[in-house]
Ligand binder design. Structure first.
Ligand SMILES: [Zn+2]
Length: 123
């Protein structure tokens, strides 16, 4: 049974086989933050087609950050009766630190799925 596209992205799997991992560690791990697997450990496909392939993922990462800030601002405004500036700042910073590994990895994952030339070939 091959995995669905959504599940494969959520689990940061190889776009080609949806079995191997794109990263050597779990998406939420703080270890090896910038590390990406060069080859899929299951189907062996080249996951970094050219040097700097993932540079474009920074734009997605940036979009994630903006979304995070907006979500934090809305959440604080809704949850706190008379919010003060430090509450906004704390929420943004804490969420950012908490979600940093996931944002970094999912921006690369989405980039790989959206821009990468790998087509899905299930077994
Ligand atoms: Zn693979």
């Amino acid at each position: 049974m091959s995995k669905s596209l959504g599940l494969a992205i959520a689990k940061a799997k190889c776009p080609h086989c949806r079995e191997g991992n794109l990263f050597p560690v779990a998406p939420f791990s703080y270890r090896k933050l910038s590390a990406t697997n060069k080859h899929c450990e299951v189907c062996g496909v080249n996951l970094i087609p050219e040097p700097g392939f993932y540079d474009g993922a920074m734009y997605i990462s940036y979009a994630f950050s903006v979304a995070l800030v907006i979500t934090s601002l809305v959440a604080v405004t809704v949850l706190v009766e008379e919010p003060e500036l430090w509450m906004y700042l704390t929420t943004v910073v804490v969420l950012n630190i908490f979600l940093l590994p996931a944002m970094l990895r999912y921006s690369k994952t989405l980039y790989q799925y959206g821009v990468g030339k790998l087509k899905f070939r299930g077994f």
